[in-house]
Design a protein around this ligand. Structure first.
Ligand SMILES: O=C(O)c1cccc(C(=O)CC[C@H]2O[C@@H](n3cnc4c(=O)[nH]cnc43)[C@H](O)[C@@H]2O)c1
Length: 231
């Protein structure tokens, strides 16, 4: 069973049968993706993950148990690391990192890997991630590949932002669901992607400064590209 799942994953997103499952945290994100998919929705299911990795993992697993899918995508808005990802731009995950899964110690943070309890990094379908990033750029959208962090508590201070940026130097964006979606996809033997439209800077919490509309517009534009690339 494990070997057939591994073989399926190695064949990648392109040549497996089934639909593409897109999980968003909240309904305005789902609606933006659906607007972007437009008339090309037939090959896609866009479902709600809820906020946070636990809800995302549980709801993705439930969806995967009830349908036939070839690719799973975690999509939505996210925070961008300063100097890495600007508001209104798009980040496609090259890795999905559970940034707060582990243990604090007086000498610093220990990743769950260092504790010997599994992995804090979920691999994405690298070829599909590159293809999507290229297609987004071809469509004139500012897009880049970078590590996308999953956190249970959004960063709210400059200290936490600096700590996360130092521990994970290729971090471009932060959100709250990708790792949960990715673990569910991995258990089902399916490739995964994460796509984030940047609504705010990762750092001191300033909810009034979040550019939700800009991010949702970018997510909608990305939805059109998702339809072209994965139809
Ligand atoms: O208030 C609104 O109108 C609104 C519209 C769409 C989404 C929201 C959310 O608050 C969604 C929460 C969702 O956003 C992700 N996110 C966005 N920025 C960050 C961040 O800096 N750090 C972590 N997560 C972030 C996250 O995936 C949440 O699920 C509100």
């Amino acid at each position: 069973m494990e070997e057939s799942r591994r073989n399926e994953r190695e064949r990648g997103a392109a040549d497996l049968g089934g639909k593409v499952l897109i999980m968003t945290a909240v309904d305005v994100e789902r609606d933006a993706v659906l607007r972007g998919l437009g008339g090309e929705r037939a090959g896609f299911d866009v479902l709600l993950a809820g906020v946070g990795p636990a809800s995302a993992a549980a709801r993705t697993s439930m969806a995967l148990a009830g349908g036939r899918y070839r690719l799973v995508v975690s999509a939505g808005i996210g925070g961008g690391f300063t100097g890495k990802a600007e508001i209104g731009s798009l980040v496609v995950a090259k890795t999905i990192v559970a940034a707060d899964l582990g243990a604090e110690t007086p000498d610093g943070f220990l990743r769950v890997d260092e504790l010997g309890f599994g992995s804090s990094v979920e691999r994405v379908d690298g070829a599909a991630a590159m293809k999507l990033t290229e297609a987004l750029r071809q469509a004139g959208l500012p897009a880049q590949l970078g590590a996308v962090l999953t956190v249970s508590a959004a960063t709210g201070t400059a200290e936490t932002a600096a700590d996360r940026a130092e521990r994970i130097p290729d971090a471009a964006a932060e959100a709250m669901e990708g790792y949960g979606v990715a673990v569910a996809a991995s258990l089902a033997g399916l490739p995964v992607l994460e796509l984030r439209a940047i609504s705010n800077a990762v750092g001191p919490r300033d909810r009034g400064a979040w550019k939700i509309k800009e991010a949702l517009d970018a997510l909608e534009a990305a939805g059109k590209v998702l339809a072209e690339v994965f139809k």
